[in-house]
Design a protein around this ligand. Sequence first.
Ligand code: GLN
Length: 307
Amino acid sequence: MGSTTLNRTAPTLMPEENTEKSRWTVRDVVQWTTAYLRSKGVTSPRLDSEVLLAHALGVDRLSLYMDLDRPLTPTERDRYRDLVRRRAGREPVALITQTREFWSIPFRVRRGVLIPRPETEILVECVLAEIRQIPSPEILEIGTGSGAVAVAVAREMPEARIVATDIDPAVIQMAALNSRQAGVSSSIRLVAADLFSPFRPGTRFDVICSNPPYVPTKEIALLEPEIVLFEPHSALDGGPDGLDLIRKLAAGAPDYLKTSGALIMEIGDQQEDCATALLTSEGCLRDVRVFRDLAGRPRVIVGKVSP
Ligand code: GLN
């Protein structure tokens, strides 16, 4: 985005161009940027302004508060302005800073990799609840993306043996980096592959988990610009009814689950009934249960193999 656009739509002058002001402090630029990002439709403008400024200055966000009157050097202002411009174009903060925290672990992200969502921590909780009693649980994660779910589970359960797949080899590189950085690479085997294709019949896991793409194709365009413009649609698009992958996972999982194993998937908030029906009919799974997120929306479904 050019600076002309920026100045025309800005609620006040960009800091650099206000000639009356010789010193721009942390407080000033955060205030200015908050108003500017709000005018661009960003939903958390204050937080984003602070996170981006901390990133530009190479400090953590809270230390900004220790020094609100600290003036910015011209170089710092330039660096910050570039980041703000990207955010004004609705690029997600996580892509600008190349990092997102999930399960209190920092994950590297970049374009082409789905940014881990806080709701997906419920998937991790459900997996952990399922394997708690199993001495060396064997877990398969399908569609690992950044590796967030596999890494979080490995951190909590070092004795777990995890195979994590993704159809995109480039994404697997990112998951590998994240599992190394989190110190759990010895627990996770990463495989670039589609669904169950790498596994011989007879290979069986205690848990198969996945955050599959589940947004109905037509609804993708209705999501926030951050998602539509910057996130991989392949990780979101679940076909006409959003259930393509959920259907395939439900149908395939029983052949790769041990007796009393479980299939655990994230689902969309409108998919509770359809997904329940699929797990029961396609997968012949039982004890199907749906867990909700903090907002009370259906989020994760669990089905068990019939003994
Ligand atoms: N909850 C995600 C979103 O709408 C969708 C993730 C998915 O399809 N797995 O941003």
